[in-house]
Design a protein around this ligand. Structure first.
Ligand code: G3I
Length: 347
């Protein structure tokens, strides 16, 4: 546990970033995604790879366009504790330092997920009570380390399968559905000010998975568990954005929680032609409008910022071009469309 030393580490990194000229400035009057979202009292976020901070164009785009950042991978359990009791906070610390240097919010991602777990944990043949203790200790360690720095945590990620049944994981197998309330309580104890989210995909349309998440959040609220928000990830093909994404967000908000679009990307079958980019821009703008129309929607985060650093091509064969900026860091039509959707007078 190095909590006592963390502030000086960040302070040193902030000075280093500023001294290296990495804190890009925006020309006066120039609209950015972040400033446009700010004018609508929302943030505009992006998932970042701290391993790319040494590339100036990437760093400057992230610094100027975003008012919130999320570690795409750097805060996942498998990366921060690759061996039991041996922590590697390099990437996570670097992301936090970057955000602090650029006065950006941070969405922490993610504490309890079935994927990207360390092998020692998966293969450890731990008893259920040991899994519970390890989960609580992990949350306490990581949330405590960044106490006061992280605006919101994806405490539990992807607890359901597409048919709305519980997803099997070491946590579910050890504790049943109670693992969720246990995780939320541990996070609240470690940083009472952080907003605590459950985050999932394919919940942006009214179907069994959305209903399962709705019922979970309703039951957590009834039980008095500390739940503050629902993350709708929003990974879609351009042209296939669910028409009911706004009504779904409103439905979650009706439970008395915040809502955030947490992992938005809109993939295109390559090569991406002008027509596909225009369709994509329309869908990006629709998501922004849906968020603006939902008073408790606090912001929109895209899963990456530039197409060359997107998870899409390696997971969806033949697809790519999913993000607002292309591989050369040029703004695609989606950028202007989102700025307009954030700034135009609401109808
Ligand atoms: O770090 C290793 C590196 O050492 C190795 O050489 C390389 C070889 O493949 O792999 C690297 O790990 C990769 C890791 O990303 C870091 O780049 C993994 O293979 C790769 O599977 C992993 O993918 C991530 C994925 O989560 C894991 O499920 C994606 O980058 C990340 O975008 C994705 O993010 C998830 C969210 O957390 C939750 N919602 C869905 C979203 C998209 O899948």
């Amino acid at each position: 546990m190095q909590r006592a030393g963390i502030r000086p580490i960040f302070a040193a990194a902030v000075v280093a970033l500023a001294a290296s000229g990495s804190v890009a400035s925006v020309r006066a009057g120039e609209a950015t995604l972040g400033s446009a979202a700010g004018s609508a009292d929302r943030y505009f976020g992006g998932a970042l790879d701290p391993g790319a901070f040494d590339e100036r164009p990437y760093r400057e785009l992230a610094a100027t366009q975003l008012t919130s950042v999320t570690p795409e991978n750097a805060m996942k359990w498998g990366l921060v504790e690759p061996e039991r009791g041996e922590f590697d906070w390099k990437g996570a610390d670097s992301l936090v330092a970057f955000a602090e240097a650029n006065r950006q919010k941070i969405r922490g991602h993610t504490l309890v997920w079935h994927s990207q777990l360390p092998l020692w944990l998966i293969n450890g043949a731990f008893r259920p009570d040991e899994i519970k203790d390890l989960m609580v200790a992990h949350i306490t360690e990581e949330v405590g380390r960044y106490k006061g720095a992280i605006y919101a945590w994806d405490v539990v990620n992807e607890p359901f399968t597409d048919d709305g049944s519980w997803r099997r994981s070491i946590f579910y197998d050890a504790m049943g559905p109670d693992y969720i309330a246990t995780a939320l309580k541990a996070a609240r104890a470690a940083d009472p000010a952080a907003k605590l989210y459950v985050n999932d995909y394919n919940v942006e349309t009214d179907g069994p998975k959305m209903q399962a998440l709705y019922d979970l959040v309703a039951s957590l609220k009834r039980a008095g568990a500390p739940i503050d928000g629902v993350g709708v990830q929003s990974h879609f093909a351009a042209g296939a954005l669910p028409k009911d994404i706004q009504s779904v967000m409103e439905k979650f908000a009706g439970l008395g929680v915040d809502v955030a679009v947490t992992e938005l990307d809109l993939r295109i079958r390559l090569p991406a032609d002008e027509k596909a980019l225009v369709t994509q821009a329309g869908d990006y703008a629709s998501v922004v409008r849906a968020c603006r129309a939902t008073p408790r929607c606090v912001g929109v985060t895209t899963w990456g910022i530039t197409d060359d650093r997107s998870w899409i091509p390696s997971y969806f064969s033949g697809y790519g071009a999913a993000l607002p900026f292309d591989a050369a860091h040029r703004a695609k039509p989606a950028v202007g469309a989102m700025i307009k959707a954030f700034t135009q007078v609401a109808p």
